[in-house]
Design a binder for this molecule. Structure first.
Ligand code: HEM
Length: 488
């Protein structure tokens, strides 16, 4: 029998097999009550439409159209996988609270490739728990009070004091400088402005561009360059680690022991590879999100003079009391007095949505509100869609920090916002993967706002706006012009 005859002979069997598979899948899908939706093109699905950039203070055309056509829970095909997209506050909470039982963190493989297989963002199970414990220890409430507050203020002043009268610069770059320097100091005791810190910052910019780019490992692509930066950064961290081990062996331990690297070397039995990925991913998680949040606050406040005025009054009161008592530097008690500031922070996070959606997958067949979510399907809880939902937040398209006061019935809203608002407010995710740095992020924002409103007037030097790419970014870097003012 010739090859051709052999193929013709087999063809009916192959076609019948394919038909049977198709019918089994079809039957499974018709038996299941999947949410409505469109699976889009083969393989590509609807990914291109989903990732099309849009204003960060909206949910974008794709989401709008899909929600109006299918409702807040719909099926699609995204990132090459069948997916359930949720803009439903209840389902989002259900997904986050059932992490490890019904759902599991599942970021695209490209993220693991660049952040490393031991990065907290991609780890699940016991290993995630161990890494999380280390991070929580490093970012504990006690450490925030005793170590971080002092340095947060120091790094804020370092940046703000470099602002020249009437000068124009990128507010986003300044915010990045601030949060990067702070993280580099607390993770590896690197000092701002030193050549090694500046070198690391430079590599980090290339690295970041790759994290958010298409995962094409081809010569010249942002992804390829980021992989190269990743290995340079890892070599740098490794060198620091070796220096530290040597110092300990020689008995010349110093205050450096207080940083994350020192703590991990002393108190954990993580391998070298694990420590490297942990340090890299904490640098990533700890500076990118908070710098964008600070840029967003500067942007929203510029358009809301009444809020700036109220902030100024709050911070003047704190500053005057300190002057009277002759006390220098902000204390935890001062921070706790920043009630309206906390409302501004919450509103910035609600309206700006730095992290727009999370990546999860169902690890069991799940039924929710009559819909089936099959085991193995990807699930995307879209936090931004809840924060901008008019049925949950009155006039969600308005920057309105006072909404956080009214809801509360109290003056402040820092930690006690109750009812619908706080229940549906999840800028830091939730459940067992709730952001480990949420308290630090709020502290960084509050201290920055304190010194900003007490010392400066600012305005946009050029029109700019935050876009979701889906990572949030100001295309022009948020250029602002500043004037010094002493309000005391
Ligand atoms: C406003 C700023 C920030 C926002 C909006 C934010 C948001 C988030 C969100 C939504 C998650 C959950 C990811 C998921 O469930 O898949 C997360 C996780 C995490 N964040 Fe943040 N974050 C911020 C600042 C920080 C800072 C300053 C740090 C400090 C190092 C940090 C460290 C982490 C870590 C370690 C995780 C992983 C937690 C885990 O998997 O258990 N974040 N963040």
């Amino acid at each position: 029998m010739s090859d051709l005859e052999f193929i013709v002979f087999l063809l009916p069997s192959i076609l019948s097999l394919l038909l049977i598979c198709y019918l089994i899948i079809k039957r499974k899908q018709t038996v299941l009550n999947l949410p409505p939706g469109n699976m889009g093109w083969p393989f590509l699905g609807e990914t291109i439409g989903y990732l099309k950039p849009y204003s960060a203070t909206s949910i974008g055309e794709f989401m709008e159209q899909h929600i109006s056509r299918y409702g807040k829970i719909y099926k699609s095909n995204l990132f090459g996988e069948p997916t359930i997209v949720s803009a439903d506050a209840g389902l989002n909470r259900f997904i986050m609270q059932n992490e490890g039982r019904l759902f599991e963190c599942s970021y695209p493989r490209s993220i693991g490739g660049i952040l490393g297989k031991w990065s907290m963002l991609v780890l699940v199970g016991d290993m995630h728990r161990d890494m999380r414990t280390i991070s929580l220890n490093f970012l504990s409430h006690a450490r925030l009070r005793t170590h971080l507050l002092r340095d947060v203020e120091k790094h804020t002043l370092l940046v703000l004091r470099s602002w020249k009268e009437n000068s124009t610069f990128s507010a986003q770059d300044e915010a990045k400088k601030y949060t990067f320097n702070l993280m580099a100091k607390h993770i590896m005791s690197l000092d701002p402005g030193k050549p090694e810190t500046e070198q690391l910052k430079k590599e980090y910019i290339t690295f970041m561009k790759g994290v958010v780019s298409a995962p094409l490992n081809l010569p010249g692509t942002a992804y390829r360059k980021a992989l190269q930066s990743r290995s340079i950064i890892l070599k740098f961290i490794e060198r620091k680690m070796e220096e530290r081990i040597q110092k300990t062996e020689e008995g010349c331990e110093s205050s450096e022991e207080d940083d994350l690297l020192g703590w991990v070397l002393k108190n954990s039995n993580l391998s070298k590879e694990q420590i490297l990925d942990l340090v890299l991913s904490l640098l990533f998680a700890g500076h990118e999100t908070s710098s964008v949040s600070i840029a967003l606050a500067i942007y929203f406040l510029e358009g809301c003079p009444t809020a700036v005025q109220q902030l100024r009054e709050e911070h003047l009161e704190i500053a005057r009391a300190k002057k009277q008592s002759g006390e220098l530097g902000l204390t935890w008690e001062d921070y706790k007095k920043m009630d309206f500031t906390q409302c501004v922070i919450s509103e910035t996070l609600r309206f700006g949505n730095v992290v727009r959606f999370l990546h999860r997958k169902a690890v069991k067949d799940v039924r929710y509100k009559g819909y089936d979510i099959p085991c193995g399907w990807k699930v995307l809880p879209v936090i931004a869609a809840v924060h901008l939902d008019p049925s949950l937040f009155d006039q969600p398209q308005h920057f309105n920090p006072w909404r956080w006061q009214q809801n509360n019935g109290n003056r402040g809203c820092s930690s006690t916002c109750s009812g619908t608002t706080s229940n549906n407010f999840m800028p830091f995710g939730g459940g067992p993967r709730l952001c480990a740095g949420s308290e630090l992020a709020k502290l960084e924002m509050a201290v920055f706002i304190h010194h900003l409103v007490l010392n400066f007037h600012w305005e946009l030097a050029d029109m700019d706006h935050a876009y979701a790419f889906p990572f949030v970014d100001f295309p022009k870097g948020l250029p602002i012009r500043v004037q010094h003012h002493t309000f005391m």
